[in-house]
Design a protein around this ligand. Structure first.
Ligand code: FES
Length: 343
């Protein structure tokens, strides 16, 4: 028996290692050739100090100079001492290069291209070595766009337990991936991608969550919901989804299906276009009810274009609420991702 340890480095690259309950995370990492920072290996120096985002573990023996009780209560941990009691997600304060590791590259076959509307395309990949690919719900990969010499970053809309990887793409005139998907893509095409990457991933649900999506920023949130559907949350989870025009709306049926299988999940959507037939017209900021912020006892996951992300952050700040957890990711038309955390 072993548990899966996700090591998320500060450059966003994530490596997964298997760890038995009777070995330390540091031992398991070294066996997997991931050299996380270590010095004393004895709980005395604090060099290996990391932050545990989710999971249960025995923290082992250590002295205060390495890890104080307050730090341990916050979630800081010492991989050279800790042994897992479940799967873990650790934030490691070093680059992947410093740990002599890197994101892996995978081959895949294009399995499906679905044009939802002139503005949104979804595509699906069959990954060659699927069992060798793990990711955290919400993360992204960098895909080499066939025949272009360019790569673009896209979040998986599928969950980690699903065999195929799915992605949502907003089509933009002259866009590298847009051009490929619209003009040249054929089922059976070969692609390569690198990853997984990103710090925008679902943490352990210990309080209510508010998920906010702008356009194809829905993709990583769908991946999170897929995980929640398999490990139902006991805390309320509310999703607000905003788009510019009616044609940009996708997967409302999937959201309704998740509301059926995740008892604590609710959602709403809005369309900015005044001519829309949607019940709610305007921006997601108009749908954020103060009760949904639970007086700050809430984890917010926000993904969308920069203007939307900045507007939501400003709106929440203007309400005088400081969320316990605030994770957001901005993407540009070139599908460059900026992930950040404001707590
Ligand atoms: Fe010194 Fe872990 S390496 S406390």
């Amino acid at each position: 028996m072993s548990f899966q340890i996700a090591l998320n480095f500060e450059d966003g690259i994530t490596r997964f290692v298997e760890c038995r309950p009777d070995e330390t995370v540091a031992e398991a990492s070294y066996k997997a050739r991931v050299n996380i920072p270590l010095d004393c290996r004895d709980g005395a120096c604090g060099t290996c100090k990391a932050f545990c985002e989710s999971g249960r573990y025995d923290g082992g023996d250590h002295i205060d100079e390495a890890l104080t009780d307050d730090e341990a209560a916050e979630g800081y941990c010492l991989p050279c001492q800790m042994t897992p009691h479940s799967d873990l997600v650790l934030r490691v304060p070093s680059s992947s290069a410093a740990a002599k590791t890197a994101a892996a590259t995978f081959g895949a076959t294009l399995a499906e291209v679905r044009h939802h509307s002139p503005s949104t395309v979804e595509f699906t990949l069959d990954v060659d070595e699927r069992d060798g690919l793990d990711f955290l719900p919400g993360q992204y990969v960098t895909i080499a766009v066939p025949g272009t010499g360019h790569s673009r970053a896209y979040s998986m809309s599928s969950g980690p337990a699903q065999r195929r990887l799915s992605f949502l793409v907003r089509t933009v005139p002259g866009g590298v991936m847009s051009g490929y998907l619209t003009d040249r893509a054929r089922v059976g095409d070969r692609l390569e991608f690198t990853g997984p990457m990103g710090a925008f991933y679902l943490r352990q649900l210990t309080r209510p969550a508010l998920l906010l999506a702008g356009g194809t920023g829905l993709a990583p949130l769908l991946s999170m919901l897929e995980r929640m559907a398999r490990q139902p949350a006991s805390h309320p989870v509310h999703l607000l989804y905003g788009v510019t025009r009616d044609q940009d709306l996708v997967h409302l049926d999937a959201l309704a299906d998740y509301a059926e299988v995740i008892p604590s999940f609710t959602f709403d959507h809005c369309v900015a276009d005044p001519a829309s037939g949607a019940r709610n017209k305007g921006f997601v900021t108009g749908l954020i009810d103060p009760p949904a912020l639970h007086d700050g006892d809430v984890d917010i996951y926000l993904c969308g274009p920069p203007a939307m992300v900045d507007a939501v952050r400003g709106h929440i700040a203007s309400l005088g609420v400081l969320p316990a957890g605030f994770h957001y990711e901005r993407f540009t038309p070139a599908a460059v991702r900026e992930t950040a955390e404001a707590a």
